[in-house]
Design a protein around this ligand. Structure first.
Ligand code: MN
Length: 194
């Protein structure tokens, strides 16, 4: 059985980028719903003892959709902190600068790919086995681990992630999210073996 993750910050800590109201619905209702749905589908599936990552790689249909959305949201919600934390000089920053020329150029492409994703889904920064980085657009509940990539950073472009605060202005939400990204978490994910 899976449990709803506890947020590593207070309900108002991400304001004004993400309001307490959005956080309450997004974490307390949407993510809770995916957790409840997956727990109902688990018994008899043969995947009762599997990790979330393994279920995402093996499952299809409703099991995949709910497990994928839990994994995606767990990575999303744990990558933020009050006021954000800077991307320091190190392996991740130098790889970003090597591939995009600057952190600003990387951020521009990341937001453009999020804005350009048709319908609901996620924009991801992931690492390949050789350490190089790639930005991908994933529809629905998809996660780059199913393509053999290591997910590092993600912005949720489902409307439920921003509609209460930004209405239809997806780009405004994505541009604002940089203010609260905890880059130390992204650096840890990049450095972690997998
Ligand atoms: Mn969401």
């Amino acid at each position: 059985m899976f449990e709803l993750i506890t947020l590593p910050y207070g309900s108002k800590d991400l304001e004004p980028v993400i309001s307490a109201q959005t956080l309450s619905f997004h974490h307390g209702k949407h993510l809770q719903g995916y957790v409840d749905n997956l727990n109902k589908l688990l018994p008899g599936s043969g995947m009762e003892a599997d990790s979330l990552e393994l279920i995402v790689c093996k499952a299809s249909g409703g099991m995949f959709n709910n497990a994928g959305q839990i994994l995606n949201h767990n990575l999303y919600f744990t990558q933020f902190c009050k006021g954000g934390s800077p991307l320091k000089d190190g392996f991740l920053k130098s790889q970003i600068v090597k591939q995009w020329g600057s952190v600003e150029e990387f951020q521009k492409e990341f937001v453009a790919k999020g804005v350009g994703l048709f319908g609901s889904g996620w924009v991801w920064l992931s690492a390949k086995k050789d350490g190089s980085l790639v930005i991908t657009q994933e529809p629905g509940a998809e996660n780059p681990i199913t393509e053999g990539l290591k997910p590092l950073l993600t912005f949720d472009v489902w409307e439920h992630a921003y509609y209460l605060d930004y209405q239809n202005r997806r780009a405004a939400q994505l541009e604002a999210l940089w203010q609260i990204v905890d880059w130390s978490v992204i650096e840890e994910r990049y450095a972690k073996n997998w």
